[in-house]
Every structure is written in C-alpha cells, then in structure tokens.
Design a protein around this ligand. Structure first.
Ligand code: DC
Length: 224
C-alpha cells in the first residue's frame, strides 16, 4: 500500500523552497505547509499592534489570540490571520527582516511548533521551513536541504519583489538575504541547519523543473 509521507524541505531564504514545495505537493497530491508564512504572520501582527520581540507577555497574548490559516482563493494559496488575507503584506522587505527577529524568540517557536506538528502528523504533507527536519519532524520520512549561492538567491528574491511592484535594488536585496541568513543561522533557538540525514540539493545551476523532478523521484521511491 502507498504510504503518505512527511516531507521536509529546509534551506536558506531564496533557495526556491516555496515554488518547489508548491509544485512538488501538487504533483504527489500532498498538502503544502509554508511554515515561514506562519512566522511572518506573527511578525506582521506584532508590528501592527506595536509589540516588540523582547516583550514576552505581550507576545504570548498576541499568539494566544491569533488564528493562522491557509486557504485557496481562485486557485491561489492565501495566508489568513484571524480570517484576513495577509498574503501580500507578510512578504514586504520590512516584514521579512522583522520576521527573522521574531523567529529567534523561543516563545514564538514553541507556539508555532505545536501548530505545525498538528498540521503534519497525519502525513501526506510537504513542509517548508528552516528547522522542519531538525526540530519539527526529526523523524520525517524524507528530508531535503535546498541551497543556492547568496548572489543567486538575492537575484531570485529581487525578481519576485520587482514583479510585485516593490521598489528595491538588487544590491539591497542580496544584502537583506545575507543578513536574514545570518540571523537565522546564528540564533540559539532552532537555527537554520541541515539535518544529518537530509538530501542536499544545490539549485544554483538547476531549473525549478530539475529540482522538482529530482524530489518527486525520491518521494515516489519512498512511498512504494
Ligand atoms: O521561508 P520564509 O522566508 O518565508 O521565512 C521567513 C522567516 O522565518 C525567515 O527569517 C526564517 C524564519 N523561519 C524559521 O525560523 N523557521 C521556519 N520553520 C520557517 C521560517
């Protein structure tokens, strides 16, 4: 009988995790779970409510009253915060940098960890993030660590932002990608790290299709 797997895709910002996760999930008929979007929602709501990363009480209260959801509107995936579509707002450069700060707070990670485990425990899921294979699902059936050079990741993020009409420079985008990675890799709580048993894929010279096909073949092999 075919097994429904828990698939983890970790890696730094701009390595192509989101598009690859979406396409892979679609092909194998799994649910996509974007854990970065969850951290982004916390940062956005904290920002709106004037809550600082070091204010534990206010942050705990904010998390307790927060309902994070994923849905499809006209076939496109959307992220909901207490029912409001915040998909665009959570992707601004300002919120991206702020998210990295909130993601370093243990209280925030513990709150989201419980939600992520609940969403994924039944299998048939592709979860993307930074600590899925190391902390959230250390026993995941299949783990990938997707990387690319900093320049390449900066270029990709720049193209995405420009397409959305965000006013940024390439230089600024590469610098922000590097800054975020440093914050994510050097934090104490669940830092960005490759799990020892993760399959590493460097996407620098590969097309998205090549990466997706490679991952799909691993999933099919493991399912049977
Ligand atoms: O994947 P992303 O760019 O949407 O992630 C946003 C931020 O959240 C990024 O700074 C890393 C952090 N993050 C994390 O710490 N752990 C996760 N599982 C997912 C994201």
């Amino acid at each position: 009988m075919m097994r429904k797997l828990i698939v983890a895709i970790d890696g730094p910002s701009g390595a192509g995790k989101s598009s690859v996760t979406r396409a892979l999930a679609e092909r194998v008929g799994y649910t996509q779970i974007d854990t970065g979007a969850m951290f982004r929602v916390v940062a956005l709501m904290a920002h709106r409510n004037g809550v600082n990363p070091d204010d534990e009480n206010a942050l705990a209260e904010l998390c307790a009253g927060l309902d994070i959801g994923f849905d499809l509107i006209a076939g496109a995936p959307v992220v909901l915060a207490n029912g409001e579509d915040v998909s665009s707002q959570i992707r601004s450069p300002e919120i991206s940098l702020l998210t990295s700060k909130f993601a370093a707070i243990p209280l925030v990670r513990i709150y989201l960890l419980a939600i992520q485990r609940k969403m994924g425990e039944q299998g048939g899921v592709v979860l993307e993030g930074r600590d899925i294979g190391t902390v959230v699902f250390p026993n995941a059936d299949l783990k990938f660590f997707l990387t690319a050079s900093a320049e390449e990741r900066g270029r990709r993020r720049f193209a995405e932002l420009v397409a959305k009409g965000v006013q940024v420079t390439l230089e600024q985008t590469v610098a922000e990608v590097v800054q975020r990675d440093e914050q994510d890799m050097n934090r104490k709580s669940a830092p960005l790290m490759r799990a020892a048993d993760a399959i590493e894929i460097d996407s620098t010279g590969l097309s998205p299709e090549e990466v997706i096909s490679l991952m799909e073949s691993h999933v099919r092999q493991r399912e049977s």
